[in-house]
Design a protein around this ligand. Structure first.
Ligand code: SAH
Length: 258
């Protein structure tokens, strides 16, 4: 998999390229990263990438051309690496986009990667978006000062799903939101010591009884999801992912399971 990022702050991407699970996966060659700074695609001495908004108002707007030339360079880089390059999603980080979720991360992990566009300032000239962008993606209903943190989150969430990225292949399966399994929230985790400030690890987890442990985890997931994200319970039910035992347990929770 290959990600290409168009950003005024390419240094920020050392965080995913060099550290942790994604850093190790990068070293293993599971994914590669191309960084393209729109400033390198300007023609004036000030290397201008932004200008004032037409119609007035505060702030500055990123100009279309340096971004478009950066995308073209990214495409050429991808084509040099794999022939044919195939359809490459061009994803704009934007608070007005579709909310990013685990299903989108899974889709990306199954594909060849994407070109990620990071805005800064007030935003980006709409003509660049209309001509180049295939998807607009939001991290949530809040405003970041740039698209970099959104792009980092997307890369991290997709790369950790690549076969071989996580030490234990099953751990991604147990994560929250995994649509292949249940789409529920993950159950709580405990590690040593067995007693911590007078609180002990739940008895089921130290019982050594695998079936009971699985039931405990499942019920914790169901209870947590019912309390915090009833929408995910409804979606799992609709997708046929809840067993008779799950439904019985949810009914036993009473009001909070509705
Ligand atoms: N004026 C814009 C916000 C611009 S913030 C608005 O009100 O919609 C500057 C840049 O940060 C954006 O171009 C975008 O790339 C990025 N950004 C901000 N919030 C984001 C979010 N929730 N998700 C993804 N990208 C975001």
């Amino acid at each position: 998999m290959r990600f290409d990022v168009v950003s005024l702050f390419p240094d920020m991407f050392s965080a995913v390229r060099d550290l942790g699970v994604t850093g190790r996966a990068h070293k293993q060659g599971l994914w590669s990263l191309g960084l393209w700074n729109p400033r390198d695609f300007t023609h004036d001495v000030h290397r201008t990438v932004d200008d004032r908004p037409y119609g007035g108002g505060p702030g500055m707007v990123m100009m279309a051309e340096p971004l478009e030339l950066a995308v073209a360079a990214a495409r050429a880089g991808i084509a040099a690496e794999r022939e044919p390059p195939g359809d490459i999603p061009v994803m704009l980080m934007s608070p007005t986009g579709k909310r990013f979720d685990q299903a989108m991360a899974q889709e990306l992990a199954h594909g060849g990667g994407a070109i990620l566009i990071c805005g800064r300032y007030e935003g980006i000239d709409q003509r660049f978006i209309d001509r180049n962008v295939t998807h607009e993606v939001s991290m949530g209903d809040f405003v970041l000062s740039g698209g970099e943190i959104a792009a980092l989150a997307i890369i991290d969430s997709a790369v950790r799903l690549l076969p071989g990225a996580l030490n234990d292949a099953d751990s991604a399966l147990q994560d929250s939101f995994n649509t292949a399994l249940t789409g529920l929230l993950d159950s709580p985790h405990y590690t040593r010591p067995e007693q911590y400030h007078g609180v002990s690890v739940p008895a089921e987890l130290i019982s050594g009884h695998h079936a009971n442990i699985a039931i405990w985890r499942r019920q914790q997931s169901l209870a947590l999801t019912a309390a915090r994200r009833p929408d995910l319970i409804a979606a799992a039910r609709e997708a046929g992912l809840l067993s008779k035992a799950d439904e019985k347990f949810l009914r036993s929770l009473g009001g909070q399971a509705k």
